[in-house]
Write a protein that binds this ligand. Structure first.
Ligand code: AKB
Length: 317
C-alpha cells in the first residue's frame, strides 16, 4: 500500500481535534497535515494555517505534501449559520468546491465530507428516519449539507473521485467543545455537572435527538474511509446512529452518577425550532450492511466515560 498523506480542514474543531490525533496514531504523525484558520495552542505534528476559501493555498499545500486524502471538516454549523445565511452558504459550499476541485486536479484519491442529520426537515419521518427519504431542511447549514452530498456524488460519478460521507448525529466528547450547533447542549451539560454547577438547557424537555459518542463517531469515519470501494453503495451520505435521548434523559443519566446535579429548562426559540425539524432516531442499516458499522456506546456507558474523563481533566487544570 502506498503511504497515505492526509490533509484535514477544520482540524481545531470539535471533531477535527480528535480525528487528527486518531489519524496521526494510525498513519503516523508525519503523514497528517492539520489545517485551520489559526494555529492551535497545543499541536503535535504538522500544522498549516488554511482558510478553506483560499483555493490557491489549498492547492499549494496539497502539492507541497503530496496529499492523497482530504478530510474536509471546516463548516459553519446549524445555529451559527442562521445568523449569517449567505456567509454560511459561501463558506460551506465554496470551501467544499475548493476541496473537490483541488482533489480532481491533483493526486488526491479520497475525500471525506461530513454531512449531518440537519439534511432532514419537518416532512421527513421523525422516527427511525430511512436512508432514502424526504430531505427538505429548514436551515442554511442543512441546505448546504444536502447540496454537498449531491455534489460529492456528482464528482464521484463524473470524475471518479472517491468521495465518502456520513450524516453525523450530535457528537458528544470530552476532548473538545462544539461551537454553534443545536446539539451542543449535550456536551455542555457534562461540563457543568462535573464542575458542580447548575445547567440551564436551551432545549425543552421531550426534544429527542440522535446523538453519538465521539469514539464511535471517529471509528465510523475511519471504518468508512478504509472500507473497500466496492462496498460503498451510497455516494451521497450514510445515515449513522448511536443513541437517541431527550434533555431530561441525559440529565437523569448524569444524576445517577452525580446525585446533586440540577437542571432547568430555558428554551432558545431558534435552536428549539431547529431541533424540532430534525429526526428523533435514525435507521442506519445501510451502513451496517455495507461496511459493518456497529455503535459501541449507549447513554449509560457514554455518561460514565464522559464523567470519568472530565473529572480527570478538571482535576489537572
Ligand atoms: C449541529 O447541531 O449543528 C451539529 C449537527 C447535528 O450537525 N452538531
Amino acid at each position: 500500500m502506498n503511504q497515505e498523506k492526509i490533509l484535514i480542514t477544520g482540524a481545531n474543531g470539535q471533531i477535527g481535534t480528535v480525528l487528527t490525533e486518531a489519524l496521526q496514531e494510525r498513519y503516523g504523525v508525519d503523514n497528517v497535515i492539520a489545517t485551520d484558520l489559526r494555529q492551535p495552542e497545543h499541536q503535535q505534528g504538522i500544522f498549516e494555517v488554511l482558510n478553506v476559501l483560499d483555493g490557491e493555498k489549498m492547492d499549494h499545500l496539497v502539492q507541497k505534501y503530496n496529499v492523497t486524502q482530504i478530510y474536509h471538516l471546516a463548516a459553519i454549523l446549524s445555529a451559527s449559520g442562521e445568523k449569517d445565511p449567505r456567509g454560511t452558504w459561501k463558506i460551506n459550499m465554496d470551501g467544499l468546491f475548493n476541496v473537490l476541485d483541488t482533489a480532481k486536479n491533483r493526486n488526491v484519491s479520497k475525500i471525506f465530507f461530513p454531512s449531518s442529520i440537519a439534511v432532514f426537515g419537518k416532512d421527513t419521518p421523525r422516527e427511525f428516519t430511512p436512508q432514502n427519504t424526504v430531505m427538505l431542511p429548514t436551515t442554511v447549514y442543512g441546505i448546504s449539507k444536502v447540496a454537498g452530498e449531491l455534489w460529492g456524488q456528482y464528482y464521484f460519478e463524473k470524475y471518479g473521485l472517491d468521495v465518502r460521507s456520513i450524516r453525523y448525529p450530535g457528537i458528544i466528547g470530552y476532548q473538545s467543545l462544539p461551537g454553534g450547533g443545536t446539539t451542543d447542549y449535550a456536551v455542555d451539560i457534562y461540563h457543568k455537572a462535573v464542575k458542580g454547577e447548575h445547567f440551564s438547557c436551551f432545549l425543552k424537555e421531550g426534544t429527542t435527538l440522535p446523538m453519538i459518542y465521539m469514539p464511535d463517531a471517529i471509528r465510523a469515519t475511519i471504518e468508512l474511509m478504509e472500507a473497500p470501494a466496492e462496498k460503498i453503495t451510497v455516494r451521497t451520505s450514510y445515515n449513522l446512529a448511536g443513541m437517541s435521548f431527550a434533555p431530561e434523559e441525559i440529565a437523569e443519566a448524569i444524576q445517577r452518577n452525580i446525585l446533586s446535579f440540577q437542571v432547568s429548562y430555558d428554551p432558545d426559540p431558534l435552536r428549539q425550532s431547529i431541533a424540532e425539524s430534525w429526526s428523533a432516531s435514525i435507521d442506519d442499516n445501510q451502513a451496517k450492511q455495507d461496511w459493518g458499522w456497529q455503535p459501541e456506546y449507549d447513554l449509560e456507558t457514554m455518561t460514565r466515560d464522559m464523567i470519568m474523563n472530565l473529572e480527570k481533566k478538571y482535576a489537572v487544570v
